[in-house]
Design a protein around this ligand. Structure first.
Ligand code: T3D
Length: 274
């Protein structure tokens, strides 16, 4: 954190936000609880994602966790004072739609690459958060845990959507109902993470990856995210039209002109994100 050029914190410091070299690093900071998510943290996390989206100097986002875990999902103490079944039902429904839905949608709609640096276990909605990111780098001792079934719940915060698309229905279902950790090496085999690295160098390497992405043509990267998400849901004809429309937008950018000029002049392009 010492070299960060800009840093703000949520009021209670359970979510940290710092910007350096074009990368906004958002750190879940409740290590004693494996960064289990409270409503205040979920609000702060979403606010920082939006902040990163609006900041012109931010061209990539990194989400990570402090301490031994990435995120243990919903803080289960939320249920401490609520035992009556219909009250629990209403609470769960409200929390998922009020807090998780806008957070997950804001990550997916952010037209900048979002990298998860998974430093430990990502459990429950913590796994959903990791899977909602565009790219993942895991520490070699980290894991994903669809913990929902261990407490008699179903995957939420997008976990079923992301997991089935990444590994297919049968593998996703097996992971979800086993309630067992999927170690980093297995995640790599399954395509659940892009990279695995030593836990000691995870943050440095993930920041280096995000900083390299922040030097790329940001508008094109954002539009690529949008069209590839659409491609998972629409037919070829619709995607051919969407590609043409987004290409027309990308073609208007200074970075497109710089990329072509650099190619012609046989030099390395200097992209500005505009
Ligand atoms: O409204 C709704 O609830 C709907 C939304 C649901 C979304 C969900 O995310 S449901 C799934 C919630 N998450 C879980 O069920 C995971 C529960 N935690 C675990 O399975 C394990 O703690 C971990 C695998 C995450 C980590 O294991 P380990 O051995 O590294 O650590 P630990 O010793 O279990 O945990 C350390 C402390 O964190 C411990 O507290 P203590 O004993 O030191 O005072 C533990 O109780 C606490 N902690 C871990 N996870 C949570 C938590 N406290 C509150 N909520 C948690 N989710």
């Amino acid at each position: 954190m010492t070299a960060m050029t800009a840093m703000t914190m949520a009021d209670d410091q359970t979510v940290l936000y710092a910007v350096e070299q074009g990368v906004a690093t958002i750190t879940l900071n409740r290590p004693a609880r494996r960064n289990a998510l409270t409503p205040a943290m979920l609000q702060a996390l979403q606010a920082h994602v939006m902040q990163a989206g609006q900041a012109a100097d931010v061209r990539a986002v990194l989400i990570t966790g402090a301490g031994q875990g990435f995120c243990a999902g919903q803080d289960l103490s939320i249920f401490a004072d609520t035992t009556e079944p219909t009250a629990v039902r209403d609470l769960v429904y409200d929390v998922v739609l009020t807090y998780y839905r806008p957070l997950i949608e804001s990550i997916c709609q952010l037209e900048k690459p979002v990298v998860a640096a998974i430093n430990g276990v990502a459990a429950g909605a913590g796994a959903s958060l990791a899977l909602a990111c565009d790219l993942r780098m895991m520490a070699d001792d980290a894991s994903l845990l669809l913990a929902f079934s261990n407490i008699g719940l179903v995957p939420d915060a997008g976990a079923s959507w992301f997991l089935t698309r990444l590994v297919g229905y049968s593998r996703a279902y097996a992971i979800a109902i086993s309630g067992e950790r999927v170690p980093a090496t297995r995640c790599l085999e399954l395509g659940l993470t892009n990279r695995v690295t030593a836990s000691t160098t995870l943050l440095t390497e993930a920041q280096g990856w995000a900083q390299a992405l922040a030097q790329r043509p940001t508008v094109a990267l954002g539009l690529t995210k949008r069209v590839m998400q659409q491609a998972t849901q629409q037919d070829l004809s619709a995607i051919l039209v969407a590609e043409a429309e987004l290409q027309a937008r990308a073609a208007m950018t200074a970075d497109h002109r710089e990329g072509v000029a650099a190619f012609v002049e046989k030099r390395t392009p200097i992209f500005t994100g505009r």
